[in-house]
Every structure is written in C-alpha cells, then in structure tokens.
Design a protein around this ligand. Structure first.
Ligand SMILES: *Cc1c(COP(=O)(O)O)cnc(C)c1O
Length: 356
C-alpha cells in the first residue's frame, strides 16, 4: 500500500459559524480521501484531494447492481482541544466483513485508520467546538466498472468524506416513537443484514416512509422468516430492560453488529449490570409490559449514541415506556459513552484514538 499523497484545495469553503444549525449530512469539508482498486494492481494511489464530484460511467456497476459498502464514525473535539476517534478499529474490521460479503476487495485495517486520521488532521478546523457536535466520517467503497452485466467488479473506489454534524439532541434526550413493522422485512438469514451496505437501506425505505406518514420516527424490524423475533431499528440496534436485566437480540446474521451496541454491553457488564444477548420475541416484550416489568427500551447507534424509546406500538397495542422518559440505564449509558467520546471522563476501556 502506497503512502498518502496530499493535494490541498486552493480556496477553502467558509465554515459554518452557527454550530447549532449544522444538522446532519448536508455540509462537507474541503478535502476527501480517495484510493483506487484495479484487478492485477490491487489498492493503489491513496490521496487526499479537494472535495469534488466523482466522474463515473453511466454504466458503472454500482449504479445498476448496488455493489457498495460503507461505514460511519465520528471525530470528537475534547475539552483540551485535541481531536479523537471512537473505536475506529471496530469500524474498519466491520468494513472488511462487509467487503467479504459483497465480494469487494479488502483493505488493510491499519491503513484505513491511518488514512482517516490523516484526513481528519488535514480538516481539523472543521471539527465542531460546541457541546454534542462532532465531525461525521463516512468511508465507503463502490464498484466502478463500465459494464451492464452481473458479476463482482474489477475496479473500485474507496472514499472518505467528512461532514460536521450538530448535537443529535439539541432539545434534550427526547424519547422516540416507533412501531413494530409487520408488513415488510429488512433482512433474512443468509442475506446481507450483518453487512453495512446500501442495499439494506434501499429495502427499508418503504417501511420507513409509511411510518413517517403515520407520524412515527422509525420501525422496529422483526426477523424476515417468522416475523416473530426482534432484530433492530434499521439504523440502530435495540435494547430492552426487563426486570433489571439488559437484553438485546443476538447476532444471527440478519442484524447489523453495531459498535455502540457492543460498547453498551461492555459498559453494562463493567458496572455489574446483567446484559444478555439472546433471541427475544415481540410477544415476550409485550408480556413483560403487561406485567409491569418492561423498565426501559432504547436504540444504540453512532449518530444518537442512546435513543430512548418512549412509545412502542405493536398492532393495536401501544406501550408507553417509563412514562415516556429516559430511564436510569439509558441515561447511564449515554453519559458514560458520550463522556468518553468527548473526553469528559477517563477512557478506562482504551476506546479512543487521538488523531495526532
Ligand atoms: C450502522 C448501523 C447500526 C449502528 O451501528 P453503530 O456501529 O453502533 O453505529 C445499526 N443498524 C444498522 C442497519 C446500521 O447500518
């Protein structure tokens, strides 16, 4: 793998002055990381160049058959002004798991971490300063061969783009409203549910769209075979606190193995809270609710970290969780993980990586 060539932009964009209006995913920084893959040559020509459009053949294979994978992580500015990443090794390990499933050539994980650090270092000024805001990092790989036939491609691009994003909870940790999806499914055993690939999102849009029409924010996906076992929320993993025990669906191949999920389990266990990964049905959750044992429900993901669920609908049954307020375990996890990410509490797990 080659060194990283750096070509700086001649003019820089104006940085947003009001960080409370950053939102998510609209604004991109001055530079991006790019690397090519060509069969025979492997991955080559790693470079940081001015952020610009990508030129593709209309026949580019990614546009027709969706051979694409991505990751999502963040850079955080700590109180002492340094910038750090959260478990980037986990993101790039998962990137290669996704690559394997989608027949995309793998990239050395250490190299991807180095490329990310280098790009964030170049764009350090873009890392927001305000509480809760961060620089979102989006690495992705897609097939570029100009060929309208079905086979794994011979040519790929690996890009990393950066987007300053605002505090997820500008108005406090408001619980979300979700319903149990009973019509559509997101993933099946043997499919691509565990891979971070565009296809999983394309499939989920219809359910998401219908949920929005009914004034719900997200849907809770059930397993694709029996529509009985709980899987995840589609961009978040899901957790239930039943009778004091923290439970999340086990990784059966159709659930995305979230890094926030993994971290939440590790934080719970380090504090002596029983945290279990197992199959869990929607019936079991409803029964626990009826018995007054469903203490908390929350989603986990890089964007929101912890997203309490206040309202969970299953058919005609509406469950109001913890009085539509954030519960103690959700709050503890949120405080611990954001505390580590923004350097407010010591990182006893060794999860953070300084960019320089
Ligand atoms: C990225 C993602 C998650 C959350 O993963 P994190 O690593 O915690 O951000 C959950 N579900 C799906 C489908 C995802 O793509």
């Amino acid at each position: 793998m080659s060194d990283i060539r750096i070509e700086l932009a001649k003019t820089l964009k104006e940085k947003p002055t009001d960080e409370s209006k950053l939102g998510f995913g609209h604004i991109f920084t001055d530079h991006m990381f790019v690397m090519n893959y060509d069969t025979g040559e492997g991955w080559h020509d790693a470079r940081i160049v001015p952020f610009d459009d990508v030129s593709l053949s209309p026949a580019a294979m990614c546009l027709h058959y969706g051979q694409e994978i991505f990751e999502g992580l963040k850079a955080y500015r700590t109180a002492d002004g340094t910038v750090q990443l959260f478990r980037p090794d986990e993101n790039y390990k998962r990137m290669n798991v996704s690559a394997e499933r989608m027949v995309i050539p793998k990239i050395d994980e250490e190299f991807m971490i180095e490329a990310t650090k280098k790009l964030v270092e170049v764009e350090e000024e873009w890392v927001p300063h305000s509480d809760g805001a961060s620089l979102y990092i989006r690495p992705f790989i897609f097939a570029t061969d100009p060929y309208v036939g079905v086979r794994p491609a011979d040519h790929y691009l690996f890009l990393i783009i950066l987007s300053p994003s605002g505090a997820y909870y500008s108005t406090g940790l408001n619980p979300v409203k979700i319903y149990v999806e009973q019509k559509y499914v997101r993933a099946v055993r043997g499919g691509t549910g565990f891979a971070k690939t565009a296809a999983n999102y394309a499939i989920s849009l219809k359910g998401q769209d219908e949920a929005h029409e009914q004034d719900y924010e997200q849907v809770l996906w059930l397993d694709g075979v029996e529509q009985k076992y709980i899987e995840e929320v589609g961009s978040m993993n899901i957790f239930f606190v039943i009778d004091g025990e923290v439970i999340t669906p086990e990784l059966t191949g159709s659930v995305l193995p979230g890094i926030t999920r993994k971290s939440a389990l590790e934080v719970c266990r380090s504090k002596g809270i029983k945290a279990t990964e197992r199959r869990i049905t929607i019936e079991e959750v409803a029964k626990a609710y009826d018995e007054g044992k469903l203490d908390e429900v929350f989603g986990t993901g890089t964007a929101a970290v912890i997203s309490p669920v206040g309202h969970l609908k299953w058919g005609d049954k509406i469950m109001t969780i913890n009085n539509n307020e954030i519960g103690p375990i959700s709050q503890m996890l949120y405080d611990t993980m954001t505390g580590i990410q923004w350097g407010k509490i010591p990182d006893e797990f060794g999860w953070t990586v300084k960019i320089k």
